[in-house]
Design a protein around this ligand. Structure first.
Ligand code: SF4
Ligand code: SF4
Length: 418
């Protein structure tokens, strides 16, 4: 299969199995998980969140079931869970990095457990609205679409499978390019440059610049995330594209699994692999000093890492930063300090003078945000910035993001995201 791998990620196997009766929507999942866990404690030792909660994954399942057993109403159940700070920590402090699962001899599926727990948390009102109101990426306005509208970032001319005032719908595309929400919003010129390259190398291309729905899953809106992915796949089908080229490992996982669920004959490929397969020549020389490749936790099998090594021509780069960057699971909306500590932990393996090279643009964002508050002599680059002329300008992005709330659009934003 080469670059058109059929790998389907673990988290795509999350199955929404809701209980017909009872106060917890997903109790069957917790019963199953509790039955498979031997309480060996390896997962707890592998995770700072579980360590601080002093819980195993199996104990999360048991604690949810125990709370349900003692409650007569949803309100009582919600209060019982809220009164258990360790349980709240364990569920809302999860990055979905799967470091714990890698230590579990039973390979108990942490993502399946926590995604379902988040669904119940959301249903029970245990995730406050201000933790997700700005990342409802299936609505007209989220933080990315608002940023783009306020700062005049318009890529509709590239979304040629959608009719606009400037063009009619076309349906004869070879390819679709999926930059992901962070790149499309925060690096529109880089997005345009990559789009033009993809089209020159692979044929007629259209842009699909939605979010993949990851923030919705983290907030407990699993059904809405699934509906959004179905919408994306519907657009792919309408466009006629036979291949979708994704920048981010998380996006490619989600789109690939949705295509597989629907039995659709559209291939997925990482941008790294696409560029390497098509003989792309970098427009830049690699930076001096050591490179540290920051593996995305969504890149479970390391294939995106290998494909990025190949397109950069760096072979077996000695330093690979493992683990989550801190952005996973919307932990920042629950415990921003935990996100900061995780970013610091991951970057600590990069020596001064190194360039940290990310694959997921949200990792790039997270490191940029961390380094703005905690300056270090490391350079933070998405791998596309080592290949193309245009770059992220994080100082400008953060100034513009901050200014949105205090400028003329501040009251509107406050109302939309209230
Ligand atoms: S997935 Fe990562 S953050 Fe979540 S419990 Fe496992 S190790 Fe901890
Ligand atoms: S490592 Fe696996 S079996 Fe051991 S406590 Fe954690 S979930 Fe249970």
């Amino acid at each position: 299969m080469g670059i058109l791998s059929s790998y389907v990620p673990d988290f795509a196997r999350v199955i929404i199995e809701r209980k017909a009766m009872g106060l917890l929507e997903c109790s069957s999942i917790y019963w199953e998980f509790a039955g498979q866990c031997t309480q060996c404690g390896r997962c707890t030792a592998a995770c700072s969140s579980l360590t601080s909660a002093d819980m195993t994954l199996g104990e999360i399942a048991k604690a949810l079931l125990s709370a349900e057993r003692g409650a007569q109403s949803r309100e009582e159940l919600s209060a019982r869970i809220a009164e258990n700070p360790a349980l709240v920590q364990a569920v809302r402090g999860c990055f979905f990095c799967t470091s714990c699962e890698n230590t579990c001899f039973a390979h108990n599926d942490v993502c399946r457990l926590i995604y379902h727990a988040r669904i119940d948390f959301q249903d029970l009102g245990l995730i406050p609205r201000d933790a997700w109101s700005s990342v409802q990426v299936d609505q007209e306005w989220d933080i990315f679409t608002a940023y783009r509208a306020i700062h005049g970032i318009d890529l509709t001319d590239l979304s040629r499978h959608v009719a606009t005032e400037a063009h009619t719908t076309e349906a004869d595309f070879e390819l679709a390019f999926f930059p992901g929400c962070s790149m499309a919003a925060y690096a529109p010129e880089l997005t345009r440059e990559i789009f033009a390259t993809v089209e020159a190398l692979g044929g007629k291309t259209t842009l699909i610049d939605h979010c993949c729905g990851s923030p919705l899953k983290s907030a407990g809106f699993y059904d809405r995330a699934e509906a959004l992915r179905n919408r994306i796949v519907g657009e792919l089908k309408d466009s006629g594209a036979k291949l979708v080229v994704c920048v981010c490992p998380g996006c490619i996982n989600d789109i690939r699994s949705t295509l597989a669920q629907q039995g659709m004959d559209i291939e997925t490929v990482s941008l790294s692999a696409f560029l390497a397969e098509h003989g792309f020549s970098s427009k830049r020389t690699l930076p001096a000093g050591p490179l540290c490749l920051s593996k995305s936790c969504q890149d479970r099998d390391g294939s995106y890492l290998d494909e990025t090594r190949a397109v950069l021509g760096v072979g077996e780069t000695p330093v690979v930063l493992q683990g989550c960057c801190g952005a996973g699971g919307a932990v920042s909306a629950f415990d921003p300090q935990r996100q900061t500590e995780q970013a610091a932990r991951k970057l600590s393996a990069a020596e001064d003078g190194a360039t940290v090279v990310t694959m997921c643009p949200t990792c790039t964002y997270t490191y940029a945000f961390y380094l703005m508050g905690n300056p270090r002599a490391v350079t933070n680059k998405h791998y596309t910035e080592l290949l193309f002329d245009n770059q992220f300008d994080w100082e400008r992005v953060f100034n513009q993001l901050g200014g949105m709330w205090s400028g003329e659009y501040g009251p509107w934003l406050a109302q939309v995201f209230a």
